[in-house]
Each structure stands twice: as C-alpha cells, then as structure tokens.
Design a protein around this ligand. Structure first.
Ligand code: ZN
Length: 350
C-alpha cells in the first residue's frame, strides 16, 4: 500500500548529501544511496516529499550524538554557537544541493499549497525549503529576505544551539523542555518578520520559554514539525500536554518524530520500537490536539528510526499499522498529508 502519499515534516538528507561531498553526491539521490531517502525508496514507500532541512553541522557530528544517546541516561552539553558567516557558507551549499535535486528532476521546490497539491497528484516529490537553526540570519533580516526569495518557507529559530534569537533544548534524558531563557528581542522581531513574509515558524528544538514567547507573539498557527508527546517519553525535545493544548488552540499541528529516542519510554537510541509505541504517541497527540492537527515528521537521515520502518521504503508497514489500529481512511489521509496542507494554507495564505 503506497497511498495515501506521505508528506513529511522533517528530513536531514541535505546535510547528509553535504557531508558526502555536496553537489556531486546529489546524484546519489537519483541513482540510489545508503540512508533513509532516495528516489527509489520514496517510490516504494509512497513518500511524497516534505520539509527538507538546511542545517549547519556542529563539530560534534550527528553520529557521535546518536551514540551518546544510546546510554540509559545522558546529559549532553549544548553545542557551541556558530558564527553567522560560517553558517551562511553551509546554508548556501545546502540550498545549492536542493536546487541541484530540482535540476535533476528528483523533486520540485514548493512555495505554495497549490504546488504541493499538484505534486501529490502527479507523484512528483515535493520539497519545502526549511532552515533548522537561524545562525545565518542577521538581526536586520537582510539574509531572511534573500532566503525567502530563494524559496525558504519554514524556519526554526534555533536548532538546540543558542543563536542571537533564542536558546534550544539540550539532549538530556530524562528531562523537561523547561531549560533556559526564551527568545531575545531579535527573536521576537524574527517571529514578526516571518509572520509578515509567510514563513512558517517551527517550534521543535525551542525550549519551553521560547515556545511560549512564540505562542504569545506569532499570528500564525503553532507548529512543531518533528516532536512527540512528553507524557509518553520524558525527553526535553518532546511537547508537554500544556504545549500541545496551546498548539490545539492556535489550530496548529505536530509532526510525529520517528527518532527512537523521542518515541521510547526509556529515551534510548535503540531501534527496536514496535509500531504500537508510535501509535500510542499518535493517540495521545490526537486526544489533545485533535485529528486535524497531527502528521508525520520522520527525521529521516537525521536520526535512528524504528527498525520495522528502516527507511522511506518501509512506510507502507506504518500505513498498515494505522489500519490495523482501527484508524479510518479519512484520518489516515489527514495524518499522511492532509493536515500539513491545511496548516500550510493557513500559514502561507496560498
Ligand atoms: Zn531536528
């Protein structure tokens, strides 16, 4: 079962291709690569596209962090801030990779919901240019304006590391997201400017103080692209019931993160996670935010994911698990892509 197509809240394939050699590595997305997403795996799994994150790696790389998170308890220090000029070089390189993927006809960079709908209809992979961490953006927002014109339509003010805009959550287990201060004055101004432009603000990775600052300031629905229920997995990256209620009130949404450390009750980066645990998170999220405000945010190519999914080609088993769990066709379609289109239409206005 490859439909309904899954439109997904978060992947890190651009960082993987960047680390694998940049523009030359982009071809492997078409010809086949190790990792969670390429064209063949997407076709096999009914992966219709999603938010493609531009992310600037810290010197401690993803793999080292994932290894540390396979211990029963952990408390990793926040990586050091990254200089704006250094960050911008990586941002440009990753946008160039995304553009190359479009030139290779592997995907289409979408800036409107009409474009997303058309891709889901024809089966062309749809990509939203998303930036996870605003290190490259100056406080005058000149870079933001230029990036918007280049196609940026979604932005996380922080990826866990502090930026001039705010602070994120650390990777600690167990723990709550109530760590550190909220948005700075520049961060509040960033929210306002993103609202004006029609750039979605992503709350995943913000700490709780920052979350409430966005909740108070933003004129758009509150969205966490790849986060789970803190009630089921007490990791700081997950959302408390109070945060979920605020997301519901704003008519926003949550993308279920497949990262095993944010799914498992024990917070470990171990891939033996049954579908029942993912469904328990979805049930909990639906109980608070409702059936119209939940989707997927896989973290493909950025995290250890459940072994029974494996990569994008394993998505049919997830759909089947939802059927077996008793979800109807209408709900499954909403979770797979309908709710993302709904919230993006409210945010972008077209
Ligand atoms: Zn992330």
């Amino acid at each position: 079962m490859r439909t309904p197509l899954i439109f997904d809240g978060h992947n890190d394939v651009l960082t993987r291709l960047f680390n694998a050699g940049g523009l030359e590595a982009a071809t492997s997305f078409v010809t086949g690569r190790k990792g969670h997403i390429d064209l063949a795996k997407a076709e096999k799994g009914g992966f219709g596209g999603g938010f493609f994150a531009i992310w600037v790696p810290s010197p401690d790389d993803i793999d080292a962090r994932m290894k540390a998170m396979s211990k029963p308890h952990y408390d990793l220090p926040l990586p050091a801030p990254i200089d704006a000029a250094d960050a911008m070089k990586v941002v440009m390189a990753q946008i160039a990779i995304l553009n190359r993927l479009e030139d290779l006809e592997a995907l289409k960079i979408c800036t409107t919901v009409a474009q997303l709908r058309s891709c889901l209809k024809t089966g062309k992979m749809a990509a939203i240019m998303h930036m996870e961490g605003a290190e490259a953006i100056d406080p005058d927002f000149h870079a933001l304006d230029v990036l918007y014109r280049a196609g940026l339509r979604s932005l996380g003010p922080v990826w866990s590391r502090p930026t001039i805009f705010g602070e994120g959550v650390c990777f600690r287990y167990p723990g709550t997201p109530d760590i550190g201060g909220g948005l700075t004055q520049a961060g509040l101004a960033l929210v306002d400017r993103c609202n004006d432009l029609g750039i979605m603000i992503d709350l995943s990775h913000l700490n709780e103080a920052g979350f409430w600052d966005v909740a108070r300031t933003s004129r758009h629905p509150l969205v966490a692209t790849h986060s789970n229920a803190h009630a089921l997995c007490p990791h700081p990256r997950n959302l408390t019931d109070g945060q979920l209620e605020a997301i519901a009130q704003s008519d926003g949404m949550v993308g279920l993160n497949f990262a095993v450390a944010f799914l498992r009750q024990d917070g470990q980066m171990r891939s033996d996670v049954p579908f029942a645990q993912m469904l328990a998170h979805i049930d909990h999220l639906i109980a608070i935010v409702g059936e119209d405000r939940i989707g997927f945010g896989s973290d493909f190519d950025g995290a250890v994911i459940p072994a029974n999914i494996g990569d994008a080609s394993g998505l049919p088993d997830l759909r089947q698990a939802m059927v077996d769990h008793g979800y109807g066709d209408e709900l499954i379609t909403k979770i797979c892509h309908g709710n993302w289109l709904r919230v993006l239409h409210k945010t972008w206005g077209s």
